[in-house]
Design a protein around this ligand. Structure first.
Ligand code: T4K
Length: 375
């Protein structure tokens, strides 16, 4: 029986309502609600400055920019990607009329394993679409080398990697294009929202056209674009939420430090350590349960914690490759993806958000420890 307030895997970062109301009044007064309005323009600029990038296009969520990225690069054939992600990553490939080819992941980070990519390249491969899973940067150097050698484009799904930097430089500079999600569950949110980051103005113009049906003027449509536009209300919300991000990341970091210290004493549970020269955003806190050492399986722990009101999530279980539209593809067979198959069975993302109280972190780890038969 639940005796305490439930703790969910995340809780959205919300600006104060009293600060939002004047912006809403302004929008109401101007009667300009969407289609590149003033708040949309302000937020694009503010995000470029905050993230340290030169070209960013706002979107209505984090899925449409993936589709638009694939359209922008006019890709054909096959796209190499990861099975260990949210299903939006591979759905976007299929929606763009392309074929996903799944490659296994790194056992420590869960990111696409560069050493497995070349074996999956065929004459039909046009791009690689890796994910910076949990906000931990992919091995971008190795991926870049493979892409250059084989004349492939690279699109990073950076949905989890808002504000992540290596050696002080945003990881959004990597690859040809990167996408972000600003969903309510992310480190930074605009309720629903997202962005596509490119490196030059011509590409940005093309992206902006594609997210507006491919329209160039009142009487001209040049591409089969979609509707990916963010409206004024969410752009205004996003301007206020952006101010809260540095403090939110600092609080997340502290929470992760406490989690790690407490978890270090539990046999059979590991977490992903910080990466060298990387400024992390602590978007997720995944732990991996080794049943043989811990004593019970991930699923047993997951359901036991739920009974105590602790609602972690098994991101990313089931693997994308187990869903019906992918499971019969040759690259989807579990024997091709042994690491991803194992991690999907072991992973549990514990609650993490800026307002999570330190007593709650202690309560969560205590509940985990109590379940381990060998702790
Ligand atoms: N690429 C990657 C790698 C992604 O992870 C995602 C999205 C995308 C692309 C696509 O981006 P978007 O098109 O979504 O912008 C969530 C999110 O809906 C999804 O954005 C995210 N990844 C995925 C990893 O997680 P669910 O189904 O787990 O969300 P849900 O509704 O179960 O929420 C989780 C918990 O968060 C709830 O138990 C309580 C809390 N919550 C949630 C919402 C929506 C709140 O407290 N308030 C809220 O408003 O998918």
């Amino acid at each position: 029986m639940e005796s305490k307030k439930p703790i969910f895997v995340t809780s959205p970062l919300l600006p104060e309502l009293k600060n939002f109301i004047p912006l809403l009044e302004d929008i109401w007064e101007k009667k300009w609600l969407t289609n590149n309005g003033q708040y949309h323009q302000k937020l694009e600029k503010a995000l470029c400055t905050f993230l340290g990038v030169s070209q960013l296009s706002l979107f209505t969520n984090g899925t449409i920019p993936l589709l638009t990225a694939l359209q922008t690069l006019e890709l054909k054939g096959e796209v190499i990607t990861t099975p260990f992600s949210f299903v939006a990553t591979s759905h976007a490939i299929v929606l763009a009329g392309l074929k996903p080819v799944f490659v296994d992941i790194d056992p420590i980070t869960g990111n696409l394993d560069p050493s497995k990519i070349e074996a999956a390249i065929t004459k039909n491969t046009s791009a690689i679409l890796p994910v910076h899973v949990y906000g931990n940067p992919c091995n971008t150097e190795a991926i870049e080398k493979i892409a250059r050698k084989n004349n492939l484009k690279v699109i990073y799904d950076a949905a989890h990697a808002f504000a992540v930097k290596i050696n002080g430089k945003s990881i959004l500079h990597e690859g040809d294009l990167s996408t972000l999600s600003f969903h309510a569950t992310k480190v930074y949110n605009t309720i629903e929202g997202g962005a596509l980051i490119c490196h030059d103005t011509d590409t940005k113009h093309k992206i902006d056209r594609l997210k507006n049906f491919g329209i160039t003027d009142e009487v001209t449509v040049v591409e089969t674009g979609t509707n990916g536009k963010m409206d004024e209300v969410r752009a205004a919300f996003g301007l206020l939420a952006l101010e809260l991000v540095p403090d939110a990341i600092a609080k997340r970091k502290k929470i992760v430090e406490i989690y790690r210290t407490l978890i270090d004493s539990i046999p059979g549970i590991r977490y992903i350590p910080d990466m060298e020269n990387t400024s992390h955003n602590y978007a997720y806190f995944p732990i991996f349960i080794d049943k043989e050492i811990f004593g019970i399986s991930r699923d047993e722990l997951y359901f036991a914690l739920q009974k105590e009101g602790i609602h972690g999530r098994r991101y990313f279980y089931p693997l994308i490759t187990s869903f019906p539209m992918y499971k019969d593809m040759p690259s989807a067979v579990p024997s091709n993806l042994p690491v991803a198959t194992k991690l999907a069975e072991e992973v549990l993302c514990l609650p993490i958000y800026a307002d999570l109280k330190l007593e709650e972190v202690e309560r969560i780890v205590h509940a985990i420890k109590n379940r381990g038969t060998k702790a």
